[in-house]
Design a protein around this ligand. Sequence first.
Ligand SMILES: O=C(O)C(=O)CO
Length: 358
Amino acid sequence: MFRYFQTLLNAGQVINSWTSKPTVARFLTTANQMDKPKVLVTREDIPKSALSILEEKCELEVMPNKSPISRTDLLNKISGKHGIFCFLTDKIDKEVLDQAGSQLKVIGTMSVGYDHLDLNEIKKRNITVGYTPGVLTAPTAELTVALTLATTRRLFEAHDEIANGGWAKCSWGPLWMCGSGLVGAKVGIVGLGSIGLAVAKRLLPFEVAKIMYCGRHEKPEAAAQVLGEYVTFDQLLQESDVVIIMCPLNDTTRNMFGPTQFALMKPNAVFINTSRGGVVDQDALVNALKTGQIAAAGLDVMTPEPLPADHELTKLKNCVLIPHIGSATLQTRTTMATMTAQNIVNALEGKPMPAQLC
Ligand SMILES: O=C(O)C(=O)CO
């Protein structure tokens, strides 16, 4: 309820400062007669359904590129806009906000993560932010389980053995391509938020022995659904056969996995990350994989993204890499895009957003 009123309050601010009119009602009458608000969409390959929502209410500038907007274009094109439809590949920081001008009222990011947005600077300017929580929980959890299976059962490596002649050489070997599997595994989830919980629920039917989790505070209701045990970070590292990173990237989680943490993990441990690459000191991870400090890693996220094709991680057989596709189902991405468009339109119209971050 509080959030609803807060949204309305913010929306009121949006309206008043954008139109310089004292009341919402006055604004709505005036808006019909005024030019539409200007919105920048930073890349063109978004679903038509999202564009239609925006087109109806806004004057759009859609960047004609399928790759991320360049920094120079972002700085140029944001100037004078009332809203921006952006992605996790677009860094919205002080420089961009200064360049945008004081009329910028809403940022809609087509993501649940928001580490690319400088929220302190955004809040200083009373800019409203919309994001896409909830709608990508299931597909991201599904992908995390797929990556966990691919890593614990060495699927990519096994696939390569066919093309590189490994299979032909050994035929079927009693110990060839053996992985660890999930039956009886102790799984440690770092961050039992909605996606972490969805992963835990999906792992239970694989007959894992135990789910442990750590985080800023205990989550008894979520944990009860998966018989999860709240443990310290160190205990989770020391006891888990599979460690799954499910926490957001922020100042407290940046580089939380470094040499000390990998040294605490078991030599048979498998490390899975579908959150953000920045949570991990990647050099320390490479070292842990090379020296056998841990058995394997499965990563959907890395630093930087895209990871250079010749990066050391790509050369390690015990590392499964996929290119940040956690939420990549057509249905999910379409829902994320329409939600982002609706967030923007609602903020500009002074209505509550489907999902307001701040
Ligand atoms: O929405 C996000 O934050 C993502 O990482 C998409 O997969």
